[in-house]
Design a protein around this ligand. Sequence first.
Ligand SMILES: [Zn+2]
Length: 236
Amino acid sequence: MHDKMNLLKELQEIDQEISTIETTRQAYQDELAVFDTDSARVQAMLDELNEELARLQQEEAQLQQEMLKERDNVIKVESRLPEIQTQKEYVAVLKEIDVAKKANKDLDDQLSAKQQELSSLQQDQQEKETELAAIKEKAEARGAELAELMSESEAVLNKRKGTRDSVANDVPGALLRKYQTLFKRRGGLALAQARNGACLGCNMQLPPQQYNSLLRVTELQSCPHCNRLLYVEREA
Ligand SMILES: [Zn+2]
């Protein structure tokens, strides 16, 4: 029983180490994922801005087109002035010129508003591009470090797993399964020390009779409260 328990203790130590390495590796991966999420988020904003910019530029071109047409219109109407015969006709043409000029002014106002909007969006676009470049630069630098850490930890992990398998091989199957279930369910602590009549895994008192039999080392026993496998440290 003592040998089995020593094997299990060794196994638990390796398993805890493996679990720590795996947690660290997960953290590296999470860190890498954050860069991807960040750059995807900024890229999405940039895509939206570019779409909006394209739409505004189209509207700007359309306004410029309309302005040219309206200017032609003013020239055309003004060209009729010398041929006017009556006062009534004269007033009507002047009014027409006035309307056309006003339309021109409106278009001009719309155009400058559009251009202002465009320039503000272009500024946003520039900012987002700078932000994206910064994220990518950082992701590349840190990404290289993380890739190295990942490959280093993978080597250590594989070595530990090899050791783990050879230790686990020496543990009887049923006991190994019990240990593995406990390790998963009890937060990486399948074995608990019993001391001063209590289980140190759950800090509950053990029945005195059970504690006494543990001291005598007869067979593997489980804590009746947390189910962990109990061991007693021998005083040297
Ligand atoms: Zn317990």
